[in-house]
Design a protein around this ligand. Structure first.
Ligand code: JD8
Length: 248
């Protein structure tokens, strides 16, 4: 997968992209992230990327020309296409559709992705109207720019690219992939300051442990994120368990 990120702050990507899952995916040739400095696509002496907003209002917005020119430069030769589908050109913005595991899965099916990170007060509206194919927000809180949001998206997306995770880990069991929160996990020692690991986990009874895991996931989801249960896939008995717990 090739991911092009447009930003005014390329330094923000160096350390994250050189670490952990990003590095592993890159080393395995499953991922190629190219970070492009929008400022390199200006033509004036001062490399101007932002300007005052028409109609007034606080602060500066990113000018359209350097953003359009960066995208044109990186998609030249294959303008906006990858085989028979389009290359998603995603703008990170508080006004976008709320990012989710479903959107991560959808994006992971493309061989290319372009992510545009604004800063300041945002980006000239014509970028959203005439360049971008998708606007995404990672959540209802205020960030200073799209950079961290784009890293969140790259992380969630590349986990779903076949071969990126080791055989030990698997994306299908992840919380939010199953629609349930994860069960509590423990490691040694079995007794720490008198706080003991649940007996069942020490029993070696794998069927019983699997049942306990499932039950913990369900009860925990009910308690902490009942909204998630609407989408979770539960058996008939598990639904009855949820109903009983809701009564109690
Ligand atoms: C892009 C500029 C900051 C936005 C004034 C300060 C995403 N979930 C999210 N929260 N915030 C963003 C986000 C914020 C951004 C930009 C994304 C570009 N800002 C501006 C308008 C109001 N602030 C985001 N994805």
């Amino acid at each position: 997968m090739q991911i092009d990120i447009l930003t005014l702050f390329p330094q923000m990507f160096q350390s994250p992209l050189g670490t952990g899952i990003f590095k592993r995916a890159t080393d395995r040739n499953l991922l190629d992230v190219k970070v492009h400095n929008i400022r390199d696509y200006t033509h004036d002496k001062h490399h101007t990327v932002d300007d005052y907003t028409y109609g007034g209002g606080a602060g500066m917005v990113l000018k359209p020309e350097p953003v359009f020119e960066t995208v044109e430069a990186i998609t030249a030769g294959a303008p906006g296409r990858e085989g028979d589908s389009h290359v998603p050109i995603v703008l990170l913005t508080p006004q976008g559709r709320l990012f989710s595991q479903e959107i991560a899965l959808e994006l992971s099916k493309h061989s290319r992705l372009v992510l545009i990170c604004g800063h300041y007060e945002g980006v000239d509206e014509r970028v959203g109207e005439h360049l971008v194919t998708d606007e995404i927000s990672i959540g209802d809180y205020v960030l200073s720019g799209g950079e961290l949001a784009s890293l969140v998206i790259v992380d969630a997306v590349i986990r779903l690219v076949p071969g990126v995770l080791g055989s030990e880990e698997s994306a299908v069991d992840d919380s939010h992939a199953t629609g349930l929160l994860e069960y509590p996990q423990y490691t040694r020692p079995p007794d720490y300051k008198g706080w003991t690991v649940p007996e069942v986990l020490l029993s070696g009874n794998h069927a019983q442990i699997a049942r306990w895991h499932r039950e913990q996931s369900i009860t925990r989801t009910l308690k902490r994120r009942p909204d998630l249960l609407k989408k979770a896939k539960l058996t008939t008995e598990e639904k009855q368990l949820v109903d009983r717990l809701r009564q109690a």
